[in-house]
Design a protein around this ligand. Structure first.
Ligand code: BGP
Length: 470
């Protein structure tokens, strides 16, 4: 199979890390607006929440809200075919539970989508990217409460109706499987555990509500516009056994179970043996279901799998542990690491594409991949980032092998943080992924001026030649 001629080359962002303007245009607070990064824990931050903008990186972020025209022109210059972004739920429903949407928020995304279409760029939209309305967390206990299903579906259908004809690629929940990464499900699902609460049981229940919400959104989205392609989004790092000892193989296989848990529910549309065995592993019961839930999950299966891939790790043996943003794993002596200790493994991307396609047989979309690094601006303003080019080049090579040699059906590739934005894991600005540099720093200073890095010109060529020139 050849790489599709209409392959969706582009880049990826999320509102809470990029948009800024956190209180403008009638927007309400989201969980991201009171958090300083997934790795910092959260309960205390909500209690102590004060408007110290530099400490809460989503507040200004890199200000897409006021720079979208300029940024989209730069994406167009690189030749983007698509642009992955998220809608901030709190721009549309500031508290999350209102009956009527906020027109100013709806209008903002209309303008963004129109601007993208001006250049022939297809929007790829995540409905919930770590942006649950804070009010839903405080008033309803977030996704542990069944009521969120209806709130989410109202939000999703409002978007499907309003942006019909402007957006056809959607994803429901970003990295939904991060919900099972206890103790950090706040970041994904707004869950804060009470003293003595059975956290595992809550996660199983909250995840069920998200599956039902996603399935209902898929069903409604198809009704509103049969052209809609609605996917799920999985965090999907590769895992190897530390040695060829059978026990290590088991450990590596088991590490993947929580990933397949979410894939199976979304794509197969039911709780497979992987899921039921996970309940035992977590010492949890099956989630409480309402009559009709199982039918909904089956009828609302996603059209494709979007996934993020950054690194691999090993399981078993006595491997030294390394931290990702919401996950951790063992150090692999064969691999180099980034400035943040993430293991660089392009071959792991090919493995992942094969694993996912083999199991699910639906189109795949790499909606995040990339390297967070420290960039230096030279005196003449140029930014040389050969490390980023090398990382992406090697991953794209393996991606193309998966398509051309292994016949995996792949829709597109949108490297993460195509323009510098705030890190989800650490809340830092200095951890940069972009082809476009933004003058903004961790202490909140900076002019927000945009400049092209070397990788900008390199990626432009990659897109122009449909991946032939790397
Ligand atoms: C994924 C998230 C993104 C993003 C990326 C990079 O987990 O979906 O929101 O930020 O990881 O991670 P970080 O920002 O922690 O470097």
């Amino acid at each position: 199979m050849k790489l599709r001629e209409d392959f969706l080359w582009g880049g990826a962002t999320a509102a809470n890390q990029y948009e800024g303007a956190y209180l403008e245009g009638g927007k309400g607070l989201s969980i991201a607006d009171v958090e300083r990064g997934a790795r910092h824990g959260v309960q205390r931050q909500i209690d102590d929440y004060v408007h110290e903008d530099a400490l809460y990186p989503s507040h200004e972020a890199t200000d897409f809200y006021h720079h979208y025209k300029e940024d989209i022109a730069l994406f167009a210059e690189m030749g983007f075919k698509c642009f992955r972004m998220s809608i901030a739920w709190t721009r549309i429903f500031p508290n999350g539970d209102e009956e009527e949407p906020n027109e100013e928020g709806l209008k903002f995304y209309d303008d963004v989508f129109d601007e993208l279409h001006k250049y022939g760029i297809e929007p790829v939209v995540t409905l919930s990217h770590y942006e649950t309305p804070l009010y839903l967390v405080q008033k309803y206990g977030s996704w542990r409460n069944r009521k969120l299903v209806d709130f989410f579906v109202r939000y999703a259908t409002t978007c499907f109706k309003r942006y019909k004809g402007k957006v056809k690629y959607w994803m429901t929940f970003n990295e939904i499987n991060a919900t099972m990464r206890i103790p950090r499900p706040y970041h994904q699902a707004g869950l804060i555990f009470k003293e003595g609460e059975d956290a595992n049981q809550t996660v199983v229940q909250a995840s069920h509500h998200m599956f039902v919400a996603s399935a209902k959104a898929v069903i409604e989205g198809h009704k509103i516009d049969p052209e809609n392609k609605i996917g799920c989004m999985l965090l999907f790092p590769e895992t190897y056994a530390a040695t060829c000892s059978p026990d290590d193989q088991v450990a590596a296989r088991e590490k993947m179970l929580s990933l397949y848990y979410y894939g199976d529910a979304h794509v197969r549309g039911y709780y497979s043996n992987t899921c039921t065995s996970m309940w035992k592993r977590l010492n949890a019961k099956a989630p409480e279901m309402e009559p009709g839930d199982e039918e909904l999950m089956l009828a609302g299966k996603v059209d494709y799998i979007g996934f993020s891939y950054y690194f691999s790790s090993i399981e078993g043996g006595n491997a030294e542990q390394i931290e990702g943003n919401v996950i951790s794993g063992g150090r692999n002596p064969y691999l180099k690491i980034t400035d943040w200790g993430w293991q660089i493994d392009p071959v792991g991307l090919r493995n992942t594409l094969n694993k996912l396609y083999d199991r699910y047989q639906v189109p795949l979309f790499i909606v995040e991949n990339g390297m967070g690094a420290l960039d230096t601006v030279e005196e003449d303003g140029s930014i040389h980032d050969p490390y980023r080019i090398e990382y992406l080049r090697e991953h794209i090579k393996e991606m193309i092998k998966a398509v051309e040699e292994d016949d995996v059906d792949l829709m597109g590739y949108t490297p993460w943080g195509c323009i510098d934005l705030v890190s989800a894991g650490t809340g830092e600005m200095r951890k940069r992924y972009g082809f476009i540099y933004v003058d903004k720093h961790d202490d909140g200073t900076g002019t927000l001026k945009r400049s092209r890095k070397d990788s900008f010109y390199w990626y432009k060529k990659v897109i122009e030649t449909n991946g032939k020139e790397l």
